[in-house]
Design a protein around this ligand. Structure first.
Ligand code: PEP
Ligand code: MG
Length: 889
């Protein structure tokens, strides 16, 4: 196996092997762009290292061979005293993990080669500054020395000299600093900073491998659902310097605005600076457009390259570049992260430019992004006290209490408080605080600062670089222009779409995208919002492509009407037990507790007209579209008085000498019906079979409502669904009774109602015996909530609040199986149910109505197994439509 690839050997499709950075460096090299020469050590080498604890045997020789080629090409040797070649050693995994893993620059500098570099560059200060950076980075990342020790020493040096910025330190100051840094390494790491350049390089490569498994990298991967066994590649690249004077510099750029999608010049440039200075937000950058006046030649070349890259990648790219004494070098490119709104706009813009087709456009957006766009925003008309304005880095409207450290964010959030993490700038150590916060506010750094990049990745609201806010992390407060102070715990509101920061809580309003789905914003209007236009077009593409139909889970006319506006093609689940809450609960209680037939019949007679009205309204709202009405499926305890409370009440009344005979009677009934595991108890079809007349009453209400709608000229399409069936016999009994009632209503009304009868598949036994069950069912709807509960043996009401966080932390699963379908377990049962059901009844209609029906990943799975439709809550319908379209392309 080959473990090392020269940049000239790879290409952008080799991300698994070369990591994103390595693959793209190779691609740029092959496009003839100015990339400093170098090579990439593969993720396979990293995997061997992670599995066995040592590098593959062949690696050393391969690295030597590639280094040799590099040295010959550059005409210098690594660390050579008079004319040193310096390299950077950078991590680069398949998926971008910004700032999560290690990088060491200036490898090859030593006490002797620093002099050579000084002569070569004609700049002693620069050489010593590069050397101190190497010792600092190497000390921290390779030798594990506390980074603050170097920072403190640097601060002391500046203080001693009475200067504020690093650049004011001269060569002699830096020589002293290097000596101090070496001392820190010796004391803290128990060894000298290595003078042998090859040893530096080998140790740095190993450190990059190790950085795959730091706690923060693991946490990031879990958050982003990146598999833990991919490993990282390592890029060894010859150094170019942006810190050689004012004709040098370094910058980052986007080929279009990652927040709005607009074409133009977007990026930040920092003169006379190296490497991570821009991303770290340490000094303030200038907008990229200013580079035109600083160095027109490089600027023009950069614009050309950006165009080349966009046309080549057919997408927004972000890039890192360095200018060394007027010569432009490309250090990185990749398809850039973007906000949800920009994703939709860019996808449609690229279609208009002819760069991609509609099917490709669908792959450029996600349901998660659409969901983000449906978040509410701040009410711009509301009176709000603006405290400052920063850069709109990641959209959304976040309100919460200001906290000034990640630790506080985590603690406050654990107490149930909503918090905004306020920092001068963030770094990878802030990750858990960022996860805990509703939003992130920083006073420094641009759109490409750590806070901005990571927040966008997480879909979290972020305002960065709000320079007028003075953040004092130590004192846990922030001073706003005019002198007002925000202390820890004070509520603030941040708007990630405008960059505005407000004191106190600002009311929020719905998003324009929701207004559009509601039919309140016309995408064809001349003044239509650009985002609304883009979303409308993408939804049209998706609807044109998708095979899956999308229905709604809705149990009242209002939800049904909204669902229809959002594009629902029917109701996939009407939970009739929801119709018995509130005032009607008492009637159900009476029915369940009835001691004789008469009492039961009375209760049913009272429920019938109420139910009928419910269904008339529902059929009217969904006229012409299928409405699956599920017969009552209550966990019994939800409809009965609480046993403990009732026992106490009876005991107290008894003690007072009151007449308790009625309560006693009730108590005995409740005791009789009390279940240890109500979710596995008298629910669903079991209840229907045990309480005579209950299902029949519902079937009559459905049939009569359908007949009434028919008589009124409507087109009701009722489907009756039986819950929690485990065996075909249960279904057969209910079916016979139901058919009898439907026949009666049809005879009386003289209308053929076309009502079908089917079942939910939500028990493993039902999935396994689906072939038999299909004999009595015209349709199946997979109830993946209960199917997950019963397949895993997880109580769906308890586990998420109890041990799931630990399961997620331990990586047992990356996401709750109640959220995203467990393909290997629950999913296989669905697949089995589909196959066996269709084998018996080829035209059986198949759907899903568990929570998974609106989950992006799960929608793809349901498409793959060949369901006819998914059903989900009204607000998730657009997401399901989009994902169904994406799944089909
Ligand atoms: C299910 O179990 O997936 C389902 C849709 O039914 P409920 O959530 O009402 O139990
Ligand atoms: Mg269920």
């Amino acid at each position: 196996m080959k473990f090392v690839y020269d940049f000239t050997e790879g290409n952008k499709d080799l991300k698994d092997l070369l990591g994103g950075k390595g693959a793209n460096l190779a691609e740029m090299t092959n496009l003839g762009l100015p990339v400093p020469p170098g090579f990439t050590i593969t993720t396979e080498a990293c995997k061997v290292y992670l599995e066995s604890g040592r590098e593959p045997v062949a690696l050393r020789d391969e690295v030597s061979a590639h280094l040799d080629t590099l040295e010959r090409g550059m005409g210098k040797k690594l660390g050579q005293a008079d004319n040193p070649l310096l390299v950077s050693v950078r991590s680069g995994a398949k998926f971008s993990m910004p700032g999560m893993m290690d990088t060491v620059l200036n490898i090859g500098l030593s006490d002797s080669s620093v002099e050579g570099l000084a002569r070569q560059a004609g700049n002693e200060r620069f050489a010593w500054d590069s050397y101190r950076r190497l010792i600092q980075m190497f000390g921290k990342t390779v030798l594990g020395v506390e980074g603050d020790l170097f920072e403190d020493a640097l601060d002391e040096a500046k203080e001693a000299k009475g200067v504020a910025v690093d650049t004011a330190l001269d060569a002699d100051d830096l020589k002293r600093l290097v000596a101090r840094f070496k001392e820190i390494v010796r004391t803290e790491a128990g060894r000298d900073f290595p003078q042998d350049p090859r040893e530096q390089m080998d140790l740095a490569i190993k450190a990059v491998f190790d950085s795959w498994n730091t706690d923060r990298a693991k946490l990031y991967r879990r958050q982003e659902r990146i598999p833990g066994d991919l490993g990282t590649a390592v890029n060894v690249c010859s150094m170019v310097f942006g810190n050689l004077g004012d004709d040098s510099g370094t910058g980052v750029a986007f080929t279009r605005d990652p927040a709005s999608g607009h074409q133009g010049v977007y990026g930040d440039y920092l003169q006379n600076a190296q490497g991570e200075d821009v991303v770290a937000g340490i000094r303030n950058t200038v907008p990229l457009a200013e580079l035109e006046s600083i160095d027109k030649t490089s600027y023009d070349q950069l614009m050309d390259i950006m165009e080349t890259l966009e046309n080549h990648y057919r997408d927004l790219c972000d890039i890192e570049f360095t200018i060394e004494r007027g010569k432009l070098w490309m250090l990185q490119t990749r398809v850039g992260k973007r906000t949800a709104g920009a994703a939709f706009r860019i996808a449609t813009q690229l279609v208009d430019q002819g760069l991609i087709d509609e099917a490709e456009a669908l792959q450029r957006v996600t349901g998660a992004q659409l969901a983000q766009l449906m978040f509410p925003r701040f009410d711009t008309d509301a009176k709000a006290e603006q405290a400052g304005k920063g850069i709109a880095a990641s959209p959304g409207a976040a309100v919460g209490r200001a906290v000034f450290s990640s630790k506080a964010a985590v603690e406050w959030a654990a107490r149930g408080e909503k918090v905004i993490l306020v920092r001068r700038e963030t770094n990878p150590d802030d990750l858990d605080g960022m996860i805990a916060a509703e939003g992130i506010l920083t006073s420094r750094g641009g759109k490409t600062s750590h806070a901005a990049v990571v927040a966008r990745g997480m879909g979290k609201t972020c305002v960065c670089g709000a320079e007028e806010l003075e953040v004092d992390v130590k004192a846990r407060k922030m001073t706003v222009p005019g002198g007002g102070v925000v202390a820890e715990g004070d509520v603030i509101s941040i708007d990630g779409s405008s960059g505005k920061v407000y004191l106190g809580e600002v009311p929020v309003v719905p998003s324009p995208v929701v207004e559009y789905f509601e039919g309140k914003a016309d995408p064809a209007a001349a003044d239509a919002d650009e985002l609304v236009k883009a979303v409308d077009r993408i939804m049209t593409f998706a609807d044109g492509e998708r095979r899956l139909k999308v229905r709604a889970n809705a149990d009242n006319a209002e939800d049904a009407a909204r669902a229809r506006r959002f594009g629902a093609q029917g109701i996939g689940l009407c939970r009739t037990e929801h119709m018995f809450l509130g005032d009607r609960r008492e009637l159900v209680e009476r029915l369940i507790l009835a001691e004789d037939k008469q009492e039961q019949e009375d209760a049913l007679a009272q429920l019938l007209p109420l139910q009928k009205v419910d269904f008339v309204e529902l059929f009217e709202a969904m006229d012409g579209l299928p409405v699956t009405v599920r017969l009552i499926d209550p966990p019994l305890h939800e409809f009965l008085p609480d046993l403990t409370e009732l026992s106490v009440k009876v005991a107290v009344a008894e003690a007072k000498g009151e007449d308790v005979s009625d309560s006693q009677r009730l108590l005995h009934c409740v005791q009789r019906l009390h279940e240890q595991n109500p979710m596995l108890g008298l629910r669903g079809v079991r209840l229907g079979l045990v309480i005579p007349g209950l299902f029949i009453m519902q079937v009559r209400a459905i049939a009569e409502a359908a007949a009434e709608r028919r008589a009124a000229g409507g087109d009701p399409r009722a489907e009756i669904m039986i819950p929690l069936v485990g065996t075909v016999q249960e279904l057969e009994i209910v079916r016979e009774e139901a058919e009898q009632v439907i026949r009666e209503v049809q005879e009386t009304s003289g209308a053929e109602l076309g009502i079908t009868i089917g079942t939910m598949i939500e028990l493993p036994r039902a999935a396994v015996t689906a072939g038999q069950i299909a004999e009595a069912a015209e349709f199946f709807s997979f109830g993946t909530n209960d199917l997950t509960q019963t397949t895993w043996g997880f109580s769906r009401d308890d586990v998420e609040a109890s041990f799931f966080s630990q399961y997620l932390e331990k990586g047992i699963f990356g996401v709750s199986p109640f959220e995203t379908i467990d393909r290997d377990g629950v999913g296989e049962l669905v697949r089995l149910g589909v196959e066996r059901g269709r084998a018996t009844r080829p035209d059986i209609k198949l759907g899903v109505c568990g929570e998974h029906g609106g989950d992006p990943d799960s929608v793809h799975f349901f498409h793959e197994v060949g369901l006819d439709y998914v059903s989900c809550s009204p607000f998730r319908i657009p997401v399901a439509r989009l994902e169904a379209g994406r799944a089909a392309t």
